[in-house]
Structure formats: C-alpha cells, structure tokens
Design a protein around this ligand. Structure first.
Ligand SMILES: [Zn+2]
Length: 277
C-alpha cells in the first residue's frame, strides 16, 4: 500500500487545490476556519479506508496507520471492520473472484463506501450540528497528524497523538462559528476517494466499482497500467511523489490567501465568502 504520509498529504493537496479552483472559477470562497477544518478532515479521511487492516489487538501490534491511531480502541475497530468487510466479500463474490481470508482492500476500498460514508457524516452533521463537526474533526485530525507527521507520532505513541488532537479540537471549539460546515461529509468522501486513487497507482488496485460485475467479477480490481504504476514505499514515492505533493500542498494553501485570490480573479472581491451578508 502507499505510505500513510503520501495518502494524508494527497488528501490535503486535493482539498486545498480543489478549493482554489472553485474560488477562481465559481467565486465560492471558504473562510479560513472552514478551510482548515475541511483540509484536516480530508487529509485524515484519506487514511480511513485502511481501517480494514487488522493487527493483534491485545498485543497492540500490526494494523495500518488508521488502526493504530487510538491504540487498542482503533485496533479493535479495525478488527471489526476487517471481519465485516471479509463477510461482505464472501457473501457477494462470484466464482471468478479469488477466495480470501482477509478483508483488506475490499468494502472500504470501493466508491460506494466513500459515497455512503460521506452522506452518513453529512446527515450526522445536519442532525447534531457543531458537536458532530467537532467529533469528526477530533477523529480525522488524529489520523491526519499520524499520517503527515508519521515518524513524530510513531515515536511518541497514540496517547500523545490523541491528546494533541483533543487539544486542537477544543481550541477549534472556541474559535469556530456555531453554524455552518456543510461540506464536512464532502471532505470525508473526497478523502476516501483520494485514498482509493493512491492505492490504484500501486499494482494491487482497488475494487472501485463493486458491486458492478466486470469480467464476471463483482470485486474486479481496477488499477493503472503497470508501466505507470508506483512501487509502494519505493524510491519514487519517497523522493519524488511525497516531496512533490508537499510542495503542491504549500502552493495550494498560499493560493487560498485572499490577496493572491484577488490577483488571480482580478476582482479584488474574493472575500467575503459565500454565505456572508
Ligand atoms: Zn488502502
């Protein structure tokens, strides 16, 4: 699989550049607080599909970044997600789909999962408002910290990551406006899709279009041609892809600065954001 930092940075890049494009083309601008929340949520959600990598719960070992983020709690959750995904795979596979004993890269690596999770979170936020936004932020922020600052987080352990995430969420609670954040579910869905694209550039691919049957398989692995695929954790990913994404993330973040937006649109009116009086 592609490394955690690559997934998380890709999520941030896609949200920041997407926001810049939307502002330039449609004139819809996110407030700085909104942009920070959505970018963190999207970066964290870009690690979520790997919650299907189970480890050894009681030994606190194994699992992907997403499974280790909250120690034994997330490892247990990953165990449940992996087993449930395997159950859905075995129930819906055709004779042409290979037999599996592990649920990794099945249910949580489909487009339908990304859409349903995004819709579910949107409904949650619509129903419960700010507490739901803060809950989602806490969860995804911990994932984003663990993803982007992988080495730092690994050395300090899950308790430090969780504490930092809780502290930032508490700070955000006092700074964020009471209303709004209609795009939290969208950021979750986009983050999951970014993860799938990241996995697809390695030669394993993802069952993107499940349950649509392709060549007799409901779990057909969609991938890119091997000539352009990337070796997960290889030199290209470490020396070119990840540094390149980090630079793009910084440029895309600078693109959101109002003065730069004004220069690009030539209007001088990139603020106030949509929704303001
Ligand atoms: Zn994955």
């Amino acid at each position: 699989m592609v490394m955690g930092p690559t997934h998380a940075t890709s999520g941030a890049v896609v949200w920041l550049s997407g926001g810049g494009i939307v502002t330039t083309v449609l004139g819809y601008s996110q407030q700085p607080a909104e942009l920070a929340v959505y970018t963190a949520v999207c970066a964290g959600a870009a690690l979520l599909p790997d919650l299907d990598v189970s480890g050894r719960v009681f030994r606190m070992r194994g699992g992907a970044t997403a499974a280790r983020v909250f120690g034994i709690v997330s490892l247990f959750l990953a165990e449940c997600v992996e087993k449930m995904s395997l159950g859905v795979y075995l129930l819906t596979r055709t004779k042409r789909d290979p037999h599996r004993r592990n649920g990794h890269r099945t249910l949580t690596h489909t487009l339908i999962f990304a859409v349903l999770l995004g819709v579910g979170v949107s409904l949650l936020v619509a129903r419960f408002g700010r507490p739901a936004v803060l809950g989602v932020l806490f969860f995804t922020l911990a994932l984003a910290i663990r993803g982007v600052m992988a080495e730092w987080a690994r050395k300090r352990g899950w308790l430090v990551t969780t504490t930092v995430s809780a502290a930032v969420t508490l700070l955000a609670a006092s700074a964020l406006p009471a209303e709004g954040y209609p795009l939290v579910g969208v950021a979750i869905g986009v983050g999951c899709v970014v993860h799938l694209l990241g996995d697809m550039i390695t030669h394993h691919g993802c069952p993107l279009l499940w349950p649509i049957p392709i060549r007799g398989r409901t779990w057909y692995q969609v991938t890119v041609p091997s000539a352009v695929s990337v070796r997960a954790g290889g030199t290209f990913e470490k020396l070119v892809l990840l540094p390149g994404l980090t630079v793009v993330a910084c440029v895309a973040a600078a693109w959101q600065v109002p003065e730069i937006q004004d220069l690009l649109t030539g209007s001088g009116t990139s603020r106030p954001a949509a929704g303001d009086p």
